[in-house]
Design a binder for this molecule. Structure first.
Ligand code: NAD
Length: 360
């Protein structure tokens, strides 16, 4: 089968890591009899340099017409790059916000996996890291506190500000459905995280998640308060499979979950809309400090490509093959600089991609 993938190499290390992922996808295509057709578009600083704006309508149309979008990363050094002298709506990040909105991406997926061979990088106690973890946070991305009405005003001479946390049942239902569907493909457990002891929006969240769960009798559902979840993530992350949560809680918990793995170059992510369409990208940024040096770790982008195969194309065997190849390469002691311990030999970005492809 043929799949059209729009690629956004972006800025900094973006082109290097996207090339490595394309190489792995081409190998998967050859082995499993699929054709992946790539079309690159400009976004972020790369688009500013050519078009004066971070994302053109033409690039948006290209992204919309694809089966999925694979992205590297956008942005430059925020202190020194001329892109950050532009007004905020013309800076690289404005392109990212715009494409997320145009593609109606409301579900953000952030896996946090501790690979056996990298357990030394885990910041948790050894007895916890020895037990391992493999969880995914499903975060609502377009509602809640970040998108509610807000205002700042003075009341009797006192400066005051209000932000509104609003969710309706349709927004909660569609993200809950995504979480249960994902759990079905994993270990069949959803932990829904809220603050139902205090917030009305959380009480509605909990009620709607309970209703959705009736359609998924094979998936075990538990509810957890967000403060407890923040503690449990550092105490016993192995207990989680799918964590389902709203926008702000998800923002904070997904950064916490990724930090406990200890390896920023390994963390994939996906943002999905109501169909199977998604934008897949590493969780890290464009690392301008190491751009063009062929030392970036391409694994987060390669694992994002595996997520694309699983969630947008339903190619589970093929996604497994990529994930297994990554594990094999790590177990052979092959490391990029960021995940090597001092004195260990390292390979570059291109070589790491090639070795993963060879292990497919
Ligand atoms: P960053 O994630 O780019 O880098 C933080 C540190 O981690 C740097 O030392 C970098 O060298 C290292 N690092 C990151 N990815 C790596 C990889 N794959 N392999 C090896 N080392 C890696 O964060 P930053 O420096 O705060 O941001 C740089 C730029 O990226 C900024 O313009 C920021 O706005 C942008 N950014 C973009 C996205 C995105 O496109 N979604 C996300 C985050 C940051």
């Amino acid at each position: 089968m043929k799949y059209n993938i729009t690629c956004i190499p972006g800025d900094g290390i973006g082109p290097e890591i996207v090339n490595a992922a394309k190489n792995v996808l081409n190998t998967v295509g050859k082995k499993f009899g699929h054709e992946f057709v790539f079309k690159d578009i400009l976004m972020g600083g790369a688009s500013i340099d050519v078009h004066g704006i971070p994302l053109t309508d033409e690039a948006i149309a290209d992204a919309k017409s694809a089966d999925a979008v694979l992205m590297g990363s956008i942005g430059g050094d925020t202190n020194t790059s001329p892109w950050y002298k532009l007004e905020p709506s013309k800076r690289p990040e404005a392109g990212l916000l715009k494409i997320r909105k145009e593609l109606k991406l409301f579900a953000n997926l952030r896996p946090a996996v501790l690979f056996d061979d990298l357990s030394d990088a885990c910041v948790l106690k050894k007895e916890t890291s020895d037990r391992g973890f493999d969880l995914i946070i499903v975060r609502e991305l377009t509602g809640g506190l970040y998108f509610g009405e807000r205002k700042t005003f003075e009341e009797n001479g006192v400066r005051t500000a209000i932000d509104t946390l609003k969710y309706d049942e349709t927004e909660i239902k569609r993200i809950a459905v995504k979480a249960f569907e994902i759990a079905k493909k994993r270990r069949c457990k959803v932990t829904s995280v809220d603050k139902a002891n205090v917030l009305d929006s959380s009480r509605l969240w909990r009620a709607v998640v309970n209703e959705v769960s009736k359609d998924y009798p094979e998936v075990k559902l538990e509810h957890m308060l967000v403060d407890n979840c923040a503690m449990q993530l550092v105490k016993d992350p192995g207990q989680f499979d799918v964590i389902l949560t709203e926008n702000m809680f998800g923002d904070i918990l997904s950064d916490e979950a990724s930090m406990i793995t200890g390896s920023i170059g390994m963390l994939a992510s996906a943002s999905l809309n109501e169909t199977k369409f998604g934008l897949y990208e590493p969780s890290h940024g464009s690392a301008p400090d190491i751009a063009g040096m062929d030392i970036a770790n391409p694994i987060a982008t390669i694992l994002s490509a595996a997520m694309m195969l699983r969630f947008s194309f339903d190619l589970n065997k093929e996604a497994d093959a990529i994930e297994t190849a990554v594990k094999k390469v790590l177990s052979q002691g092959i490391r990029t600089k960021d995940i090597a311990i001092s004195g260990e030999a390292t390979v570059g970005c291109k070589k790491m991609g090639e070795l993963i492809a060879e292990n497919i």
